[in-house]
Each structure stands twice: as C-alpha cells, then as structure tokens.
Design a binder for this molecule. Sequence first.
Ligand code: NAD
Ligand code: IPM
Ligand code: MN
Length: 350
Amino acid sequence: MKLLLLPGDGIGPEVMAEVRRVIATMRLDLEVSEALFGGASIDAHGVPITDEAVAKALASNAVLMGAVGGPTWAGVERSKRPEMGLLRLRKEMQVFANLRPALCFEALAEASPLKKEIVAGLDIMIVRELTGGVYFGEPRGIEKLPSGERRGVDTQVYTTSEIHRVARVAFELARGRRKLVHSAEKSNVMESGLLWREEVTALHKAEFSDVKLEHILADNAAMQLIKDPKQFDVILTDNLFGDILSDEAAMLTGSIGLLPSAALGAPGKAGLYEPVHGSAPDIAGMGIANPLAALLSLVMALRLSLGMTEAADKLAHAIAMTLERGYRTRDLGGSVSTAAMGDAVLMALG
Ligand code: NAD
Ligand code: IPM
Ligand code: MN
C-alpha cells in the first residue's frame, strides 16, 4: 500500500512529524513517500503543487496532507496560491465526497464552549461535496467595469450527477449509522439549492426510502448545530456550506485541532485525508499545535483506503486513551506540546 505525505505549510509539517513517528512505531506495512505542497512548493518550484506530485498522488492508495497556506504567500497571484494547489489536487483526484466526522470524545465533553449535556456523546458526520459548487464554477474573476468600478464574480453550479453521487455516499453512510440524513442548502433563495433539494428527494425516493431524509436550510442548520447538535446523524451539504458548517461542528468537539477528514472518489481510487484545520499561522513554529486531527486523519486513511482496520482501531484507541489520561494541547486548555502529545500517543500504543 502506497501512502503519500504532503506536510505543507505552517503547522502542517509540525503535525505531520507526529504522523511519521506513529507510522514508524506501529511498523505499518506502507510504502511512504513525500512531496512539497502549498507555499513550500511555491518556494521551491513556483507552483503550489507540481505535476509530478499530482501524478504521485494519483498513483498512491492514500494521500495524507497537513495544511497549506499562510500570510507569506498572500501576495502571490491567485491561480498560484497554496489553496489553489489543494483545489487542483481534490479535482484531479476526483474526491467528490468529503467526510468530516465530529465526534465528542468522552474525556473532552467539558472542553467544548457549549454545555456538557449538549455535546456529550455527539457523533455526527458531515458529508461535504468537494469538487463542485462555487469553488469551481465558471465564470469567476474580478473585472473592471467601464464606470471604473470593479466587479467580483463567483458561480455556484451543480448538476444532477454531481448531487446524486455525493448524496448516495451520505445515504449509504447513514445506513450504517442512525439512518437519518439532513440535506442542507438554501433552496429558498438559490436555484442550485432548489435543484439540490429536488435531486436529493428524487434519489431518496428511488433508492433510499429506508433512510429518513430531512431538508433543512443551511442557515437554520448552523443554528441547530449549536442549539441541539445531537439531533443530527449525517448532514449532506454542498462545498461552501460544508466548509463553514464543519468548522462550526469542530467547536462542538472542543477544538478544530481534533477534526479529521476523508475525501473519497470512486471506489478503489486514492482517498485524500486532511485535518479540517489550516496552517494556523498564529501558532506556527511554536510547537504547540494539536496533532490529533492529523493522527485521526491517518486513522481514517488506514480504515477507508489502506485496508488496515486493526491498526486503525488500535491508533484510535490510543488517541482516546491519551485524552482520558488528561493530555491536552493548548487549544484544549492544556500546555502539552505537539511532540509531547505525540509521545503520549506512542506510549498509549504500548
Ligand atoms: P486555521 O484553521 O489555520 O486556524 C484557525 C484557528 O484555529 C487559529 O487560531 C489556529 O491557531 C487554530 N488552530 C488550527 N489548527 C490547530 C491545531 N491543530 N492546534 C491548535 N490550534 C489550531 O484557519 P485560518 O487561520 O483561517 O487559515 C490559515 C491558513 O490556512 C489560510 O491560508 C487558509 O487558507 C489555510 N487553510 C488551509 C486548510 C487546509 O490546508 N486544508 C484548511 C483551512 C485553512
Ligand atoms: C478546508 C479549507 C479549504 C477549503 C481551503 C484551504 C481551500 O478551508 O479544507 O476546510 O475551503 O476547502
Ligand atoms: Mn475550511
């Protein structure tokens, strides 16, 4: 099994160092390689991801990234920004379904800014469409109008097949869970939202009537996530709303430093695994980033792309145990460093 690591920028390389240590300690039978990504690739090659790195990703069974971006590259022309490298990678890998689980660890029920009873036992799965919508729609750009004003345009666009394939993933996941899908859009104001609602309804009727489907407007979904998050099982939503709702869901678990994600395409194709958080420029270089989102992303890769369920269970257990033993990085109110958190996980692995 081939695993490509893309550490990226900011805290990306810091959390990836702990991933490497875990892979080595667990003696995982993986062919591991690495490539530069994001700002690191811009500095070395002038582009956020090279054709060679994309080819390497496509030839792997799983790709695990850290994070990309940061103020250093804020002035770079947009098409060459770190984030564009990530969008290119997602598009080329055709990983249209982004699974973002928000799970409240028992030991952390007190760590969320929300009351314990609201988040204890929380287990929701956000299924975010990842290769379409406003992130890729054309036309897009900033133009100068004859009046001298400037005009910025993005296009939100979805087709039937794009909606069906990601909705299918959400319904199938729900079958193995509480059999409940909330589909979140803005069908009250957006045409693409109306299409989303109609197509999800049609697919549900044709193939998934054993699963309960609820439609919810995305703004209400944002509110309900704070009011009563445990009402949700699977949340199906588009690229932009999924980006926002998953950061919101992160705080239900205690910290964005805990949220992993898996981006999947057609069965058998390589999956792309990434923490939901970014490069955290405000704490980069300080050695205090929480490595658990990256380690939990490795757990998802082991389980969903690398066929190593036993290793996945073992690592997930070690992470839960580390939290039970009271280890907390700064984002969770503690003072344990990134490396010491990695040490604690290695210790829990035995
Ligand atoms: P961010 O997620 O990087 O940081 C938001 C806040 O969360 C910061 O205060 C940060 O310190 C904290 N945080 C994030 N991860 C943490 C961790 N593991 N441990 C402890 N604290 C953590 O979001 P941002 O500041 O809006 O974005 C910074 C850069 O990252 C931008 O360039 C953005 O485009 C990029 N970004 C990249 C990805 C990715 O590569 N997948 C995801 C999100 C943002
Ligand atoms: C995420 C990030 C990315 C996104 C950026 C960095 C392109 O915020 O993975 O959540 O918006 O998808
Ligand atoms: Mn995001």
